[in-house]
Design a binder for this molecule. Structure first.
Ligand SMILES: Cc1ncc(COP(=O)(O)O)c(C=O)c1O
Length: 390
């Protein structure tokens, strides 16, 4: 039997609702470059990056390396490619990555490291906050035995589904991995969210971690782009891997300039997203029939988990009322909604959505908001009297 695939796509334009009238909560990736970012891109100084001659990209890489306290950095078109090149640069065929079973590297990257690199993956069950423990790691590391894969790399993630990872635990996992001869990679797709939410420098969050992949296309407004960082020697290897994966680019400084713009103008704005996500979550949590674990709303994400049979009905219903939320079925049967940097067009101030199912339609709600003007109101009616102002 074929399970339904996760539905990332295709809700915009339903019922003839103009794009500008939609509130799009599907992801913090469904963003549009702001006017300032477009100007920065249009006037970017560029060169051929395969020759190492793109000044904007070189500057972006240097700035990210400094931000994360690493020696060097390398730009990639996507976070998936950046993670993959990182893993391929750390591990040889027959070696093993130990990784949380809910982490993107294990769940959502088509097993690239195994398919293309002959690298085994040992998943560890994450807890409700997306964390793994030193005890789990210790039990997973293989002995020096020809029957076993060679444990080489620990992969962490922060944030995990918007949830902050406990820094003492990250430090303990990193120290233990190093004591055991493993290297450590951090999928920091949303590391800047973690830094802003805790008011801790990004460099501190990844101190002693060998490599970090940071996405600039999530919540930061870039059309594309991730940056891998680590030692100079590691980045040299990663450059070879990027070429091998077909990711050498030419005048990529047009995107590099967008990255520089985002580093200067967008990091602080993440705090607005977090505040709005929490306000919205608190409002939704007060609705009869909705339950919501506010303890998991640390940054910009909220998750809704209705009964499986309600997934599609709820999503279509909200879409018909101009509210897009994400949907992902396997493996956990989750329905989720992520933040989105809204398009520059004005967002109407009032939305109505009637939830006609009178039962406790939604078990857990995680909504998030990014760049939605303050004062936007979402009202839900039809058996669930509620009004949430963010
Ligand atoms: C935690 C995490 N890591 C990595 C990625 C991969 O990024 P990309 O979509 O740019 O390949 C994503 C994408 O959503 C992500 O959420």
């Amino acid at each position: 039997m074929t399970k339904p695939s996760s539905s990332y796509s295709g809700m915009a334009g339903r019922q003839g609702i103009a794009d500008k009238d939609l509130i799009d909560y599907r992801s913090d990736t469904v963003t549009q470059p702001s006017a300032g970012m477009r100007e920065a891109m249009a006037s970017a100084r560029v060169g051929d990056d395969v020759y190492g001659e793109d000044p904007s990209l070189n500057l972006l890489e240097a700035q990210v390396a400094e931000l994360l306290g690493k020696e060097a950095a390398l730009f990639f078109p996507t976070g998936t490619m950046s993670n993959l090149a990182g893993l391929l640069s750390h591990c040889q065929r027959g070696e093993e990555v130990i990784v949380g079973d809910q982490y993107h590297i294990y769940r959502d990257e088509a097993c690239g490291a195994s398919v293309l690199g002959g690298i085994a993956m040992h998943p560890l069950q994450t807890d409700a906050r997306g964390s793994i423990t030193v005890e789990q790691l210790a039990a997973a590391i293989k002995p020096d035995d020809p029957h076993c894969a060679i444990s080489r790399l620990l992969c962490l993630e922060n944030t995990v589904g918007g949830v902050l990872q406990d820094q003492a635990n990250i430090d303990a996992l990193t120290d233990y991995a190093h004591q055991q001869g493993l290297l450590v990679h951090m999928d920091g797709a949303r590391l800047l969210h973690a830094a802003v939410a805790q008011d801790i420098s990004p460099a501190r969050l990844v101190r002693n971690i060998d490599s970090v992949s940071l996405c600039l296309s999530k919540g930061m407004g870039l059309p594309l782009g991730s940056v891998l960082s680590g030692t100079k020697a590691f980045i040299q290897r990663a450059k070879r891997m990027r070429k091998l994966l077909g990711g050498g680019m030419r005048q990529a400084g047009i995107i590099g300039a967008a990255g520089l713009y985002a580093l200067e103008h967008h990091i602080d704005r993440l705090a607005d997203d977090h505040r709005r996500a929490r306000t919205l979550a608190e409002g939704l949590a007060a609705i009869d029939g909705l339950t919501l674990d506010l303890s998991t709303i640390d940054t910009n994400m909220m998750f809704i988990t209705p009964e499986p049979e309600d997934h599609t009905a709820l999503r279509l219903f909200l879409a018909d009322n101009g509210v897009l939320i994400g949907g992902q079925s396997p493996p956990a049967g989750w329905w989720f909604t992520w933040t989105s940097m809204m398009p520059p067009s004005p967002v109407p101030s009032i939305y109505s959505a009637s939830i006609t199912n009178n039962g406790p339609f939604i078990r857990e709600v995680t909504l998030c908001n990014n760049y939605l003007p303050s004062g936007t109101t979402i009202s839900m009616a039809g058996g669930i009297p509620a009004r949430v102002v963010i």
